[in-house]
Design a protein around this ligand. Structure first.
Ligand code: NDP
Ligand code: BG6
Length: 514
């Protein structure tokens, strides 16, 4: 067994049902999977996709018959592609058994084809090469679009016309950004759907592939103690926090066109929010889960300008080192107002969450790197331990549940506890599940899980087009206002905790950031 949960068997059953929508037979003995990484010469392909494919191969998770193709404009031989890939391949756990042997075997299955992105000729030559490798087996084909978004439609048009599988399935993994507002996202969806059925489109949000995010539903729905508390009756606020301790280094050109709200909030944090807040799905099937996520997103209020704070990092000198401002990046236009930090208060207008602020905070070049979900509970009503006769507060704090997505994956619950001894002193303590202590073995990278799901036809962790529409509807009006009014971001020093405005925003809702 490859260690995949039992559950995936039922996912596979779902995945193989509709041939008309681009699905085909399962990978039995007579089938093969060809994975084409379009944009193979690029950053994401090198950093994430090829290493994830190798990790899957190493763990024996890939089908027996598979081939990997790189496709890009750069001229490269198969051997040059292999050299390029080998520079970033690592065995997830240092010095694993047979690692170099496995690497060699993996690289032998990797090939390259150079072509233009809008060229049917290029993809039909690829098709010919793929057929050679597929050698008469039922061909299943997965294309990973690891290219700038303005090329998505060109590639889908050319590849779907000339390099689709005739007898098996053909799927396309599409990377973000999916447009920059409701309009452009809708336009992208319509263009993709000219050539593909929705079932063939796998819109990736790699945060959904992270271990702790996958665990969110398990925590809620398979433990009696959490779900009954999961509502406005017991939860005061929920915080979704993303911070990085580095700037846009090298990606300023892309980033300036998007900003942190589109880069992190509208997708990664909102997806977590939807999973966190959805009602119990009918089953674990992809469509049942995605139906519930859409309902939450459609119940959300459009974000208002007064509920947003934006910031941008400025240069800073510390300990003899100088850190650049965002606008020092040569690929960023002078005077750019693009936010590298944002905080926002969002609301879900349904019976479960009415009035509960969902606070998001996302920023680059902050003092630390972390991603967390923090759930702050209400205070205990009539708490016996609230006061001593002298009037000193005894209960230190309300309970807080923290899911640390990264780094050092953990789930901990802050509780009030008696400090041992003859007196009566309370202490805020933690019930702590630290993954590195509880579980052996390394946690797979999000891209590994998502690539495997796409190969298996499991769509649960990919974004459906109606989810995407609902997500953009929440953020588009405020983005338009911020940009239309040229709202100046509050500057914060590189490596700091971000603009003070974020604290005022939280204070408006009687909340303190965790
Ligand atoms: P790159 O900028 O590295 O582009 C990938 C490849 O596309 C390049 O190697 C180049 O290949 C080709 N390319 C780049 N610019 C152009 C252009 N203007 N015209 C034609 N071809 C071009 O992108 P990334 O690898 O960083 O990202 C790929 C996708 O993944 C993007 O959609 C990005 O938003 C998304 N993404 C990236 C992340 C990252 O960490 N890098 C993180 C999350 C999402 P060649 O010249 O050989 O054809
Ligand atoms: C990407 C963003 O989607 O996620 C980047 O475009 C960001 O700006 C990255 O750095 C963070 O991902 P991770 O997995 O490193 O937290």
């Amino acid at each position: 067994t490859n260690g995949r949960p039992q559950i995936s068997a039922s996912f596979r059953d779902v995945a193989i049902d509709g041939k008309a929508s681009g699905d085909g037979p399962p990978e039995q003995g007579g089938a093969t999977v060809s994975i084409t990484v379009v944009g193979a010469s690029g950053d994401l392909a090198k950093k994430k996709i090829f290493p994830a494919l190798f990790a899957l191969f190493y763990e024996d998770c890939l089908p027996e018959h598979f081939t990997v193709f790189g496709y890009a404009r750069s001229k490269m031989s198969d051997e040059e592609l292999r050299n390029m890939i080998s520079l970033t391949l690592t065995c997830r756990i240092d010095q694993r058994e047979n690692c170099s042997d496995k690497m060699e075997k993996f690289l032998k299955r990797c090939f390259y084809h150079s072509g233009q992105y809008n060229s049917e000729e290029g993809f039909s030559e690829l098709d010919r090469k793929l057929k050679e490798k597929e050698s008469g087996k039922v061909p299943n084909r997965l294309f990973y679009l690891s290219i700038p978004p303005n090329l998505f439609v060109d590639v889908v048009r050319s590849a779907s016309r000339t390099a689709s599988s005739q007898d098996g399935w053909t799927r396309f993994i599409v990377e973000k950004p999916f447009g920059r507002d409701s309009e452009s996202s809708g336009e992208l969806t319509r263009s993709l759907k000219k050539y593909l059925a929705e079932e063939q489109i796998f819109r990736i949000d790699h945060y959904l592939g992270k271990e702790l995010v996958e665990n969110l539903s398990v925590l809620r729905f398979s433990n009696l103690v959490f779900e009954p508390l999961w509502s406005r009756n017991y939860i005061r606020n929920v915080q979704l926090i993303f911070s990085e301790d580095f700037g846009t280094e090298g990606r300023g050109g892309y980033f300036d066109n998007y900003g942190i709200i589109r880069d992190i909030m509208q997708n990664h944090l909102l997806q977590i929010l939807a999973l966190f807040a959805m009602e119990t799905p009918v089953s674990l099937d992809a469509e049942d889960i995605r139906n519930e996520k859409v309902k939450v997103l459609r119940s959300m209020r459009k974000l208002r300008l007064e509920d947003v704070v934006v910031g941008q990092y400025k240069g800073h000198a510390k300990g003899g080192k100088t850190y650049p401002a965002y606008v020092d990046d040569p690929t960023v236009p002078a005077g750019s107002l693009t936010p590298t930090f944002a905080a926002a208060a969002l609301f879900i207008d349904n019976a479960r969450w009415d009035g509960v602020p969902f606070l998001m905070k996302a920023g680059k070049a902050l003092h630390t790197r972390r991603a967390e979900i923090r759930v702050q509970f209400r205070r205990v009503p009539g708490n016996l331990y609230r006061r001593r006769s002298s009037g000193t507060e005894l209960d230190k704090a309300a309970n807080e549940l923290v899911l640390r997505v990264q780094p050092d994956e953990a789930i901990y619950l802050k509780i009030n506890n008696k400090v041992p001894g003859l007196g009566m002193r309370l202490d805020s303590s933690e019930l702590n599940l630290l993954y590195s202590e509880r579980y052996r073995g390394e946690i797979p990278d999000a891209y590994e899980r998502l690539l495997l799901d796409a190969i298996e036809g499991e769509r649960r962790l990919f974004i459906r087009s109606d989810e995407l529409d609902a997500a953009w509807a929440i953020f588009t009006p405020v983005l338009r206002e911020l940009e239309g009014r040229r709202v100046a971001p509050e500057l914060y020093p590189y490596g700091s905790r971000g603009p003070v405005g974020a604290h005022y925003l939280a204070a408006n809702y009687n909340v303190r950031w965790g």
